[in-house]
Structure formats: C-alpha cells, structure tokens
Write a protein that binds this ligand. Sequence first.
Ligand SMILES: [Zn+2]
Length: 82
Amino acid sequence: MPQTDVSSNETLDPTHSDAPPSTCVCPVPWARLVAHVEDEVLPARPAATPGPAAALYYAQCATCGARYPGAWRVDHATRRAS
Ligand SMILES: [Zn+2]
C-alpha cells in the first residue's frame, strides 16, 4: 500500500482539518443549520431577528461546522417532523 501525503491532503480539503472553517465552504452555503443547545443538536434556520436561543448559543453549518454569522432561530417545525 503506497504512503499518502497527509500534509498536502489537508491543504486540499480544509473541511477535514481540526478547526471548522471561518465561513461555510459547502456548495450551497448554509443549506442546513444546527444549533448545539446543552446536550441537544437542534435544527436551526436563518431568521430576520435572532431567537431566544441565539443569545446563549450559536448555530453552525450541519455539514462543514462553520459558525453561522447571521440571525437564526431554532426550527421547531422541522424538529417536530423529524
Ligand atoms: Zn457548510
């Protein structure tokens, strides 16, 4: 089995580094948001004004883990459906 160059691979694929990217690097940015609230991972969505949870927690891209910079709310409709 040939040896793979780990360092160059890391440069090519920033989503696999230890720290999340500073902004969403997905093909469709912010397509899915999640908020880590205490022990739960809740679905979140962009909103015109931040919801109550936004004062205490932050939302991030569900795919790449980048922190969402805008206002967001917990998506209770999605949460009930799933
Ligand atoms: Zn992303």
